[in-house]
Design a protein around this ligand. Structure first.
Ligand code: FES
Length: 141
């Protein structure tokens, strides 16, 4: 049976589904974007010019595809700069709702522990450990 005849036997709805499989399902998670950072372990000297960018509550920097943040309470936190939705590198910290992670690509919002705050994705954002020893901030898995 030829393809056209086969599709005709399935009816118009099935033919449409076979011909246009992406109409409902192409915006799925994990769509082959940038890799989520792994093996993260680096330090930032808070007395350096790099560290000076974390001087105020709400400040953040991007380093090794990690968003390193001094949150609104003055605590250091860190999350993947690569979004858990479709793996773009657009995750940033914003001061909405007491401070959240936000990806501007499609609008995903994540709590500071990585939990999704809207329905764009169910995938949690990867969070890293932070440890402050004097003026040296360590970010690690
Ligand atoms: S890649 Fe879609 S919201 Fe981040």
């Amino acid at each position: 049976m030829e393809r056209k005849a086969f599709l005709r036997t399935l009816g118009a709805g099935a033919a449409f589904a076979l011909t246009f499989p992406c109409v409902q399902g192409c915006s799925k998670d994990d769509d082959g974007g940038l890799p989520i950072p792994t093996g993260v372990d680096f330090t930032i000297d808070l007395t350096s010019s790099e560290g000076a960018q974390l001087q105020n509550n709400g400040d953040f920097i991007l380093k090794n595809e990690v968003v390193v943040v001094r949150n609104l309470q003055g605590n250091f936190i860190a999350a993947s700069q690569i979004c858990s939705h479709q793996q773009t590198d657009q995750v940033r910290f914003i001061d909405d709702d007491g401070g959240i992670f936000y990806c501007s690509t499609h609008g995903s919002r994540f709590s500071q522990n990585g939990a999704p705050l809207n329905t764009i994705t169910n995938n949690p954002l990867k969070i890293f450990n932070t440890e402050l020893n004097g003026d040296i901030l360590r970010v690690f898995e």
